[in-house]
Ligand binder design. Structure first.
Ligand code: PMV
Length: 326
């Protein structure tokens, strides 16, 4: 896990943004966790509670003295603060909020981008914390700067991605209440499958808003998603993976009712269940992006089934360190 500043104990030494390793000393380093939403995406926008889990996979940012350049080799990105690209605009907004213009940031990303695993929030929190550390700003200032960047990426985001990126644990988030970690009896393995189709959070959130406006009864579906959170919290607290799995299945059905599933997402969810998962659902904004599956003892079967259908996936642990190998 991470320390108070979000720096993992084994943070790598990063090359400077210009690529000249060691040319300029790294003045701040920080980590942002990827995340999966277990229950409540979309409903959380309407102040329903939601549950998210931080992943041990994430991004590491290193800040050096510089002139406002951000480099992310794993995503093939090199931008200037405020240039026309969305990452450049987000970086510019983040720097402006911190009132800093004399840093370069280099990022090592172990997460795929735009896949529904919170890569943009992980990036924003890692970059903001690295710069805050380099220039002596506190964590509150770093979080506010990360929120500015998220607004550029996603419009009015609920804040759940950012809270999970900063925490790394399993937590309950509600817009009006913020984030709190929830008790978890045991860490559990989770399969994550990637459709390979990038998802567009802003467009999906907008589509749900329009659906709700035209068809007011959709509010009931949104409330039903929120109502899954309390039983899911109970299942996590007592380690009832079967019950949690059933709740994931219900959540997927409700998200499909909001029209944010897709043929690929549905196919991956059904393939996971056929391979022994006790529950599976899309995670994140939907339309593309990722699915999650709880499949105790059947992780390899789920990954193999996805692979043979042409989808990549991996297994990871949520809720702490796993006590058994995957
Ligand atoms: O960006 P994603 O795919 O993790 O989706 C974010 C979750 C939503 O509820 C769809 C949007 C939000 O701001 O909470």
């Amino acid at each position: 896990m991470t320390g108070a500043t979000g720096v993992p104990p084994s943070a790598p030494v990063l090359p400077s943004a210009s690529g000249e390793t060691g040319a300029r000393p790294v003045r701040g380093t920080a980590f942002g966790h990827g995340k999966v939403i277990l229950i409540g995406e979309h409903a959380v926008v309407y102040d329903q509670p939601a549950l998210a889990a931080g992943l041990s996979l994430g991004v590491t940012a290193g800040a050096t003295d510089g002139t406002g350049r951000l480099t992310i080799p794993a995503w093939g990105l090199s931008v200037r603060a405020g240039d026309g690209s969305s990452v450049g605009r987000a970086f510019g907004a983040l720097l402006a909020r911190l009132q800093v213009d004399d840093v370069d940031v280099s990022v090592e990303a172990a997460l795929p981008s735009r896949s529904g695993l919170g890569s943009s929030a992980a990036l924003a929190i890692a970059v903001a914390r690295a710069i805050a550390q380099a220039r002596g700003r506190d964590d509150e200032a770093a979080r506010a700067a990360a929120a500015e960047a998220e607004t550029v990426f996603h419009g009015t985001a609920s804040g759940i991605d950012q809270a999970a990126a900063a925490s790394g644990a399993i937590g309950r988030f509600r817009r009006s209440e913020g984030w709190r970690e929830v008790p978890v009896l045991q860490a559990m393995p989770l399969c994550v499958g990637l459709t390979g189709r990038p998802r567009d959070t802003r467009a999906q959130v907008e589509a749900v808003r329009r659906l709700r406006e035209r068809t007011p009864v959709v509010t009931t579906v949104i409330e039903a998603l929120g109502a899954l959170v309390a039983p899911a919290e109970r299942a996590l607290a007592v380690g009832d993976i079967d019950d949690l799995g059933r709740l994931l299945d219900v959540a997927h059905g409700l998200l499909a009712a909001l029209r944010v599933s897709s043929p690929e997402l549905d196919a991956m969810v059904h393939a996971a269940r056929a391979a022994g998962a006790v529950g599976a659902k899309l995670t994140g904004a939907g339309g593309g992006g990722a699915v999650i599956a709880l499949a105790p003892g059947h992780e390899r079967d789920v990954l193999a089934r996805w692979k043979s259908a042409g989808f990549e996936g991996f297994s990871t642990g949520i809720g702490g360190k796993l006590e058994w190998p995957l």
